[in-house]
Design a binder for this molecule. Structure first.
Ligand code: MV4
Length: 679
């Protein structure tokens, strides 16, 4: 078979995997065609591709799952091959057949291999014939209770009843002793009948602490087959992988080669071509058993790429184009250790309910040889209800498992997302808990360590509260400098916002709320030569007031502070009156409670001197130096299509006005300063 590399491929997928495949195609000088639905019209994968074809409405069944439309798109653009990614059409035998019929290369295994692995029981029969180890058990046609019970008695309890038509953990039932067998079987059959319409059962020896260890295999069209070592994917929740790693911890060379050879045997037993994954259950005694074979590129393939230095999508393209495998088994070596964490828009504190929303703020860790981010979204994108809520895959590498794990926890703390609930804190807790560091892991890890992972210890705010208050003072000063710079007299004293008053301390009072608890924070600005420092006093219900000596500065979204000699920093995201502080130990969300500025309709408005929200200064009713009465209208702002009258909170002298008519005003910005008459 001669090889001729494609000049143009179509990626029949979306999100991170579509972007990932496009990246490799670009690296190889191959043109790319994306396909998209309504919801994805402006998505990253469409922008990255050279061309894009609209498929249809957002629901996958009306777009990404329409094989005819995908093939039509390939023909329309002259794509010679289709990369299906994972999910969607990637293991659809009919689609694979359609591609062949239209003389379009399906970048994946032959249709026969997809069909062979499509049925879990058929797969087990094929593997049994190929001497691939199966879990001791019975998967015969005689489904009489007496035969099934005898099989269970012979192999010893506990046993696992599995629906042949099931998969992914569905239709499994443990039976711990003979006396429970009959009732357990009846229940398992009922569930299988209702879930799959087929109550055929298989009986297996139940492994109580298995690990999920899978082998990456690759076969070309010239009879070559290699394994690219293993991945441990035991950390799962309801059969969804959460964190994967390569290589598997405490894997001996002997066991590695036995599992690798067994995986190759599995692949060759079905005439496999391309990238495939053979999943095994690894028991505590080192025995391993075939579970299933996946005939697609797995989500977690990047950890294998990181430890072998191979680009598996490039391998897929080369093999699909008829080339021989880029490496021999002897040329493949493991270098270092890698983890992958799946960043999801979901709420771990609400049973992992998928979350939707706009990514109003998105900051990823800086990528390097140690940190890789595979994502399909950008700041401002919507996480929609139509597709899997994966935001990204965070992949890290280092020379050892311990160093790689350190990279993972640091990178997770640097992954900052606002606008949608994510599982980042859950992943951080999981990656930093001791059992994970000690690799005390099997498929029950999350359940066993639930309290460690879901701990919601109340966040101490000792540093974060003053940081938030200091940020508000510094950002108001910065806003005023920007506003002043636009005026005809930038250096006028009326433009400064340090609340400076002649012969008076500059005081900035704030109310900040965190987890529904309000804190009164007063920032007193002190001058020290040409620079300032701040005394920050914090009081809350029933707590002793504390005062801290602070300094700080803001550069972009980075706040750097010194608090009573403690120097640290935080990334700040300020949206309306919400302030998020991203620190290495997690995110701290505050709400800046603005004084009630009343509005044009209520009679008893009590003027505050800060903008209630982002808006525009529409009219200024007083001038600096005026003596005003309590509740006298001072300025009028327009915000959210309403006019807000800011009134004098008490009788006093107007010291300074910080904005001009027509200027934009940030929520929380000080509009003017007033010295009460009695002061
Ligand atoms: C098992 C098992 C223990 N003993 N079979 C779960 C779904 C499917 N992949 C097979 N699964 C299991 N089969 C025997 N004989 C435990 C599991 C299992 C599991 C396997 C891999 C990864 C995560 C898992 C979570 C729960 C149960």
């Amino acid at each position: 078979m001669t090889s001729k590399m494609f000049t143009k491929i179509l990626i029949a997928n979306r999100g991170e995997i579509a972007c990932r495949v496009i990246k490799t195609a670009k690296k190889m000088g191959i043109l790319t065609v994306a396909v998209y639905s309504d919801a994805d019209a402006e998505s990253l994968h469409v922008h990255m591709a050279d061309e894009a074809i609209y498929l249809g409405p957002s629901p996958s069944r009306e777009s990404y799952l329409l094989g005819d439309k995908v093939i039509e798109a390939a023909k329309r653009t002259g794509a010679q091959a289709i990369h299906p990614g994972y999910g969607f059409l990637s293991e659809n035998a009919d689609f694979c057949r359609q591609c062949a019929k239209e003389n379009i290369t399906f970048i994946g295994p032959p249709v026969a291999a997809i069909e062979a692995m499509g049925s879990k029981s058929a797969a087990k029969n094929i593997m049994e014939k190929a001497n691939v180890p199966l879990v001791p058990g019975y998967h015969g046609d005689d489904q009489s209770e007496v035969i099934l019970k005898k099989a269970a008695d012979d192999m010893g309890y506990p046993v696992l009843l599995k629906a042949t038509a099931g998969g992914g953990g569905k239709g499994m039932r443990q039976v711990w002793n003979g006396s429970e067998f009959s009732e357990g079987l009846a229940a398992a059959k009922r569930e299988a009948k209702s879930s799959f319409g087929d109550d055929t059962m298989l009986v297996e020896k139940y492994l109580t602490q298995p690990r999920h260890v899978e082998i990456q295999v690759f076969c070309d069209n010239h009879g070559h087959a290699v394994y690219l070592f293993e991945r441990d994917c035991s950390v799962q929740r309801r059969h969804q992988k959460v964190i994967e790693e390569a290589p598997a911890f405490s894997m001996s060379e002997d066991l590695r080669s036995k599992m690798g050879e067994s995986a190759i045997q599995s692949a060759q037993a079905i005439g496999y071509r391309g990238a495939g994954t053979v999943e095994f259950l690894l028991d505590v005694d080192g025995s391993f058993y075939f579970m299933e074979m996946n005939t697609r590129l797995q989500v977690e393939h990047p950890v294998t790429e990181m430890i072998t230095g191979q680009d598996l999508v490039e391998w897929q393209l080369r093999v699909a184009a008829g080339e021989i495998l880029p490496k021999t088994q002897e040329e493949l070596v493991i270098n270092g250790h890698a983890f992958e964490a799946r960043i999801y828009a979901e709420d771990p504190n609400n049973d992992f309910l998928p979350a939707t929303g706009k990514l109003t703020f998105l900051q990823t860790p800086i990528e390097s040889k140690n940190v890789r981010v595979d994502t399909g979204v950008r700041q401002g994108d919507e996480v929609s209800v139509f597709y899997d809520p994966m935001i990204a895959k965070l992949i890290v590498w280092d020379e050892t498992r311990e160093k790689a794990l350190q990279r993972l926890s640091k990178a997770l703390s640097e992954y900052r997302i606002n606008g949608v609930t994510t599982n980042i804190d859950f992943l951080y807790n999981l990656a930093t808990c001791e059992p994970f560091a000690k690799a005390d892991i099997d498929t029950g890890f999350i359940e066993k360590n639930h309290d460690l992972i879901f701990h919601n210890d109340s966040q101490t705010l000792a540093n974060e509260l003053p940081m938030a208050a200091l940020y508000l003072v510094l950002s108001q000063a910065k806003n005023a400098e920007l506003a002043a710079a636009k005026t005809h007299d930038p250096h006028s004293p009326w433009n400064n916002t340090n609340a400076w008053r002649l012969n008076e301390a500059s005081i900035h009072p704030f109310t900040l709320s965190h987890n529904d608890i309000e804190y009164q924070v007063v920032v007193e600005q002190k001058r020290q030569g040409v620079s300032s420092y701040y005394l920050i006093s914090i009081a809350s219900e029933g707590a002793v007031e504390i005062t801290l000596d602070c300094q700080g500065n803001i550069t972009g979204d980075l706040l750097q502070v010194s608090i009573d000699g403690y120097r640290s920093h935080a990334t700040i995201v300020h949206c309306d009156n919400r302030i998020s502080l991203y620190r290495q130990n997690g995110v701290f969300n505050f709400i800046h409670i603005l004084p009630d500025c009343g509005d044009s309709t209520s009679d008893d408005a009590h003027g505050g001197l800060v903008a209630p929200m982002n808006g525009t200064m529409v009219s200024i009713l007083i001038t600096a130096g005026d003596l005003v009465e309590k509740d006298q209208p001072l300025v009028i702002m327009e915000a959210m299509k309403m006019e807000h009258t800011i009134r004098a909170p008490n009788k006093g002298i107007v010291d300074a006005i910080f904005f001009k008519e027509g200027e934009m005003v940030d929520g929380g910005a000080e509009l003017l300063s007033l010295t009460a008459e009695e002061e």
